[in-house]
Design a protein around this ligand. Sequence first.
Ligand SMILES: NC(=O)c1ccc[n+]([C@@H]2O[C@H](COP(=O)([O-])OP(=O)(O)OC[C@H]3O[C@@H](n4cnc5c(N)ncnc54)[C@H](O)[C@@H]3O)[C@@H](O)[C@H]2O)c1
Length: 485
Amino acid sequence: MDGSDGTGLMRRDVLGGIAAGTAVAAGAMPAAAATTKRKRYVSVGVGSRNRMYQQAIWGPHKEHADLVAAVDVNPGRLALVGKLAAANGAAAPKAYLASEFDKMIREQKPDVIIVTPPDAFHDEYLVRTLEAGCDVLTEKPMTTTAEKAQRILDTVKRTGRHIRVTHNYRYAPYRSQVKELLMTGEIGDILSVDFHWLLNTSHGADYFRRWHATKAISGGLMIHKASHHFDLVNWWLSDMPVEVQAVGKRDFYTPEMARRFGLTGAHERCHTCPEAAKCTFFFDLAADPDLKAMYLDAERYDGYFRDQCVWRPSITIEDTMNVIVKYQGGTTLSYSLNAINAWEGYTIAFNGTKGRLEHVVIEQAGISGLNGSSMGDAIQTRIIPMRGDPRDIPPATGAGGHGGGDAVMLAEIFDPNAPADPLLRRADERGGAAAVVIGVAANRCFQTGQPVKIADLVTGLTPPVYPKMPDHTGPVPMPRPLKKV
Ligand SMILES: NC(=O)c1ccc[n+]([C@@H]2O[C@H](COP(=O)([O-])OP(=O)(O)OC[C@H]3O[C@@H](n4cnc5c(N)ncnc54)[C@H](O)[C@@H]3O)[C@@H](O)[C@H]2O)c1
C-alpha cells in the first residue's frame, strides 16, 4: 500500500469525502437550546474559516441566529466547536459526522447551511442542501471544476432555489470605493485592466503546506485564490468573461529549490523535520495553541498534516501564473499571481478612454523586513486623467478581517434589518460560477496551451445582476491639448 486512496491522492492530502468518517463516532454533545424566532444555522466543515461564522452567530448576531449543529469528518474539530460555544456562553451545536448529513437535516430542520469544507467538497453539500429545500451559503470558491459548476447550476434550475457565495473581497471598503469610482464614469470606457496579485513566503507559502497544494481538492491557486480576484474584476466591470489564455508553472516550491537552499531535499512535514533548524520555511504547528488544538491534536482522526513540507514533490499546484481574459463588453484583463514575494497584496490599473484608475494595496510588508525600508503597508487609490493632474483618493477603510469587509458582509448575512446594498455585493451561484470558470479555463490552458472559451465549459450560465455601469457610447469632449515639454 502506498497510502493513496486509489485516485492517486494521499490520505493526508484529503480531509475526507462527504461520506468519510463513518468509522469514528461523533462526539456526544448536548443539543442547542430550542429557539423559535432566530434562524437555525448549521456549519459544515468546522475548520479555520468557519470560526468567523461561529463568532458572528455567538457574538454580534446572536439575536437573529442560532448555530444548532456542526458537521465535519473530524470528531476532534467537532468537539472543539462545542468547547468554543461554551467559552462564548452559547449552547453547543449538535455534532454530526459528514456521513450523517441527511440525518442532521431530518433532525435539525435547519433554515440555512453554511458550507466551509475544502473547496472540492462544496458542490456535494450545495446540491444536497438545495434538494432538501434549505437555504445555503458557501465559501468561495463555489466549486473547483466545470463539471461540478454545471451540476450546481443544473440543480439551481431544477429546484428554483439559489446559493449565496460569500465573495467577501467585494466588501472591503477600499474595493467597494473602486467600484463606486468606476461607476461614476470618470475614467470613461474601460478598455483594459492590468491586475497583479502577490503572495508572500508566509501566507503564500502556507498554500503549499495544506490541502490547497493538491489540485484535485483546491483547484490550484487559479481557483482557490484567484476566484477572489476574478470575481472582483467581473463585479468591478459588471461584465462576464468569454475567453481565457494562460500559462502556469511551479518553479519555486520544489525539491530542487530545497536542494539549492542547502537542504538535502524535501521531507514529509515540519513537525518531524530533521532539517527544521536550517529551513526558514519551517512552520511550528505545536507553538500556537489554537493551531495545535485544531490540527495537530486532531490528526489522529484523519491523518491530515497541516504542516506538510513546502518542497515535497507531491504538490500539484502552480506557484507562478499569467492569465489573459477577454470580456463580453470588450475589456481585456491581464492578470498574474505568484506566491514567492516579499509582500502580499496587489496592484491594479483600469485603463479608460478618459483616464486611468490605479489602486495598490501592500500588506504584511513587515514580515519580510520591508517596514524598516521606504516600503510599508499601504492602500493607494489614484485617478489619472488622460491629460491633467492626478487625483489621490483617500482610501475608505474599515476594521477587522479582510480589510474590514468581513464584518460588513456578516451583517448583511445575519441581520434581517441590514440596509439594501446599491453596490449589489451579495453574490449568488451566477457570480460564484463566473469567478470559478476563469480559473477552470486557466487550468485547462496550463495543460493544452490553447485558449478556452467559457461557453465551452458550462451551459446556462447567465450574467449576475451587477450594478449598471455608465453608457459611454455618446459624444465626449476632446481631451485638453498636450503640453509642450
Ligand atoms: N473567503 C475567504 O477569505 C476564505 C478564507 C479562508 C478559507 N476560505 C474557504 O473556506 C473553506 C475552508 O477553508 P479552511 O481554511 O477553513 O480549511 P480547514 O482545513 O481549516 O477546514 C476545513 C474543515 O472541513 C473539514 N472537512 C474536510 N472534508 C470534509 C467533508 N467532506 N465534509 C465536511 N467537512 C469536511 C475538515 O475536517 C476541516 O475541519 C475553503 O473552501 C476555503 O477556500 C475562504
